[in-house]
Each structure stands twice: as structure tokens, then as C-alpha cells.
Design a protein around this ligand. Sequence first.
Ligand SMILES: [Zn+2]
Length: 83
Amino acid sequence: MFKITRCPSCDGTKIKKVRRNWTGEFKSQRYTVHDLEYCECPDCVEKLYGREALREIERHSPAFEPADINRRWAYHQRGTGEC
Ligand SMILES: [Zn+2]
């Protein structure tokens, strides 16, 4: 199974799966997704979201922001959503 091991931003190799509360913002309205599981690069704090994570964010967001997330989504599509 293909796994993401390199950060698309800084080429770091320490990407790991984390599970924590995730806070997003839309038009100065903050929203939180509790216990969201996603991947994070500890070097540059780049976040990578898998299918499930994106679905969760979408469910909680007052207005989904595809522009912000498309790049990461596209990146993840090549993999399996795993890190
Ligand atoms: Zn990075």
C-alpha cells in the first residue's frame, strides 16, 4: 500500500498521523472538528487530509472552502489517504 512519507511543502520525511481537535475558520467564524484524524509534518506544520478527514471537515464547516483544500486533496488522491 502506498503511503505518504514525504511532505509536499518541505520534503520532510517525518509525516505522521495525529488525532486532535481541528479548528477552521470561515469569514471570521470559527468551527471545530473534534478528534479529527489527519497527517501532519512536524517540520513545517503542513497538514494532509485523507478522504475521511475531508468529509468530517466538510460536515462541520459553515461553508466548505474548496480553494484552500483542493491542493492537499489532489495530493492525497494519488495515495490512499494514509500517511
Ligand atoms: Zn513539511
